[in-house]
Design a protein around this ligand. Structure first.
Ligand code: SF4
Length: 712
């Protein structure tokens, strides 16, 4: 047993809090405070504090499982399980062609795994059908960021800038529950005299900290942002010089905003004109201000336009690309940022390159040692891929995701998964999706392996191995190596994470998310490096002239990383940010007589994503044992429901039942359900898979439902 303390990072959310791990005799670790990591300064939420519980043998998968003739999952040797997967995927490919094989990844995979999974899909399987669950997370913010700034990095500035800003508008983020240690940046903002405005249909724990809380109808954030921009223009608060010098496309965006009169916006959103005016005043008066979005505005069938409208507000007021100001997205999953940069997304190659760009294909194919023409083109987005299971896609390899609980219209997706010819799942626990597989492989976890993640700030971090994995467990990289060999590709799939990272550096060089100047050694010495970080002057070649002077204490010629983006220019061809003209449109499914109430979904502090891991932690389960339906007293009275009574929520896609939680903290026209649980109370049974036309994000955040009392 190793006895030293290992500094590393939490396995859960995108904050990637620093923590120390000490091995303990039962083979797991003790988690302790690590005060020197600047993001969380030692603070951890309950999920992070109890993260070691999932390392215990009783909580996890300990052996490969295969489905026997009787239909049960039974233990098997690694060779048998890997042979079956190779036969399942290879057989489908031989019979139906490569695109009949699908690959589904996750935003929790390390950069090395996400990179290798994308390479495996395209080089070994030859399939275009790969996407990942991050598509359900922040893909509309990513799409809007690329449209406006030419680049998507969740936050273009470090979290430490937030307390020094003059005003922050937080749109659709309940970070007091999703990432509690981040709350201090906002409480410090207020202590420093700054203003916090929270926009959320619910008076959440985060909203309780706000100076001003606006509670719009779910799905109307786009109209809200347009109304604010209208007032900015009408009140003469546009930063004309900035708009002239640093942006393009203003006139069209201006015209679109002017069509959204405050009174019209009040009717759409339920936010009053005086509240709109006050928001504009608070946002425009300070020298610096930010808008930060999260899943609320992003998980909509118009998510890209909604985020675009908030970016337009930042551009018109001269906020983006200025100190202590700008637009940022609070990414959710542990490696939600890195997971979308290195090739597990349907349309992407490593380095945040586009799969349909001939130069990008040539560069990455060169690193991979393959013919660029052999690489498939872009494939289906996550929901479309899942929806094609059992029809166009006959076999699936799935890693680190649990769509049976987390996908929209989940009962339908579960049915599609059950109709597959073959399903293989790599996971640490027997999730609801893994339980449907033909083969399940038990893989190593955060504390048992080394690898990099990229947090919501774009800070690349090294998670370090603190303990040896138990016997019978292998890493995802070993799995992909073994499968590649069985499918006829002997070389190019290393099992050592640092070796993979070295290849990723080369593959990302020159791309938008350039990691070529980052090494494991630097990540240890500097405790994280912000991308883009091109290689050193000697190796960088083109672009070497642009290296900034080395900061004090750093080696000349070594790029220091880029904590703050866009201060001089945006990442567009002409260096200007782009306004994108957008207009209000309704949600895909407005309430009507049959389904008169709006449903919105979200998270609770003690559970994470589909709950596959956190539902296995006793302390977290005790704190949040099951789903609930949050509703306003008026709605409860109409239904005749008292606190704790079972309530059925019915949408056009199905029915979910959970106890009533009655509160004034939600709008009377809206109910809320957290989505962490399977079974009767599965919130995603209800959600609408209407997709955003640009990002292909489903509409998780608003659909029409009716409520029914349940007599038991
Ligand atoms: Fe882990 Fe996120 Fe909690 Fe930090 S806030 S301890 S990263 S789950």
């Amino acid at each position: 047993m190793q006895s030293t303390v290992t500094p590393t990072h939490c396995p859960y959310c995108a904050l990637q809090c620093g923590m120390n791990l000490t091995p303990v005799p039962d083979g797991t670790v003790e988690v302790s405070e690590r005060a020197d990591f600047p993001v969380n300064r030692g603070a951890l939420c309950g999920k992070g504090r109890t993260a070691a519980a999932v390392l215990a043998r009783e909580a996890r998968l300990n052996s490969p499982l295969v489905r026997d003739e009787g239909g049960s999952l039974v233990p098997a040797s690694w060779d048998e399980a890997l042979d079956r997967i190779a036969a399942g995927l290879g057989g489908t490919r031989a019979r139906y062609g490569p695109d009949a094989v699908g690959v589904f990844g996750g935003g929790g995979l390390t950069n090395e795994k996400a990179y290798t999974l994308g390479k495996f899909a395209r080089v070994v399987l030859g399939t275009s059908q790969i996407d990942y669950n991050g598509r359900f997370c922040m893909s509309s913010a990513a799409a809007a960021g690329i449209k406006a700034f030419g680049l998507d990095r969740g936050l273009p500035f470090p979290l430490e800038d937030i307390p020094k800003s003059g005003c922050v508008i937080l749109v659709g983020s309940n970070l007091a529950e999703t990432m509690p240690p981040a709350l201090r940046f906002f409480t410090e903002l207020k202590e420093n005299g700054g203003t916090l405005i929270v926009i959320d249909p619910r008076r959440t724990k985060t909203a309780e900290h706000a100076d001003l809380h606006l509670a719009p109808r779910p799905g109307t954030d786009l109209a809200l942002a347009l109304g604010l921009l209208h007032l900015v223009i009408a009140e003469g608060r546009v930063d004309e010089e900035y708009v002239r010098e640093r942006t393009a496309g203003w006139e069209d965006a201006r015209a679109a905003a002017m069509a959204h009169w405050p009174e019209y916006v009040e009717r759409i959103t339920g936010v009053s004109v005086p509240e709109l005016r006050e928001t504009v005043r608070l946002f425009c008066e300070p020298e610096s201000a930010m808008v930060l979005t999260a899943r609320g505005p992003e998980q909509q069938s118009k998510g890209t336009d909604t985020v675009g409208a908030w970016i337009n507000l930042c551009l018109a007021t001269g906020r983006a690309g200025r100190p202590l100001s700008g637009y940022g997205c609070l990414t959710g999953q542990g490696n939600g940022q890195g997971g979308r940069e290195h090739g597990q997304k349907a349309d992407q190659l490593p380095g945040y390159r586009k799969l349909d760009d001939p130069a990008a294909r040539a560069h990455v194919a060169g690193v991979w040692g393959v013919d660029p023409d052999s690489l498939p083109g872009p494939g289906r987005s996550a929901y479309e891929l899942l929806d094609a299971l059992g029809t166009d896609i006959r076999s699936l390899l799935l890693m680190a995701s649990n769509p049976v609980v987390s996908a929209p219209r989940a009962a339908h997706i579960e049915e599609r998964i059950r109709s597959l010819d073959f399903l293989a799942v790599c996971d640490v626990v027997l999730s609801e999706t893994a339980a449907l597989a033909d083969v399940v492989l038990p893989v190593t976890q955060w504390a048992e392996e080394t690898g990099t993640t990229t947090n919501l700030e774009g800070r690349v971090l090294l998670r370090r191995r603190a303990i040896t994995p138990p016997e019978g467990i292998r890493s995802d990289l070993e799995v992909l190596h073994e499968l590649a060999a069985r499918l006829g590709v002997e070389k190019g799939f290393p099992t050592d994470p640092e070796e993979v990272f070295e290849e990723l550096r080369r593959a990302s060089a020159g791309g938008a998310a350039d990691y070529s100047g980052i090494t494991y050694r630097r990540l240890v010495e500097e405790d994280g490096v912000f991308w883009p970080c091109p290689a050193a002057v000697e190796a960088a070649g083109e672009g070497a002239d642009t290296l900034p002077d080395a900061p004090a204490g750093q080696t000349p010629g070594v790029h220091p990383g880029t904590p703050r983006l866009f201060l001089d220019r945006f990442a567009t061809a002409d260096g200007r940010a782009r306004f994108v003209p957008v207009s209000h449109r309704a949600i895909a499914e407005e309430p009507d007589e049959e389904y008169p109430v709006l449903l919105t979904t979200g998270r609770v502090v003690a559970q994470y994503q589909s709950g596959a891991q956190t539902r296995r932690v006793a302390e977290l389960n005790a704190a949040a044992p099951g789903p609930f339906v949050e509703l306003h007293p008026r709605l409860a009275a109409r239904l005749g429901a008292a606190e704790g009574d079972p309530v059925a929520v019915v949408s056009r896609r199905g029915r979910a039942v959970a106890p009533a939680r009655i509160t004034n903290a939600i709008r009377p026209d809206t109910v809320f359900m957290p989505f962490h649980w399977p079974g009767e109370g599965r919130a995603n049974t209800l959600t609408n898979p209407a997709l955003d036309p640009t990002s292909r994000m489903p509409e998780f955040k608003a659909c029409a439902v009716r409520l029914e009392a349940v007599r038991r």
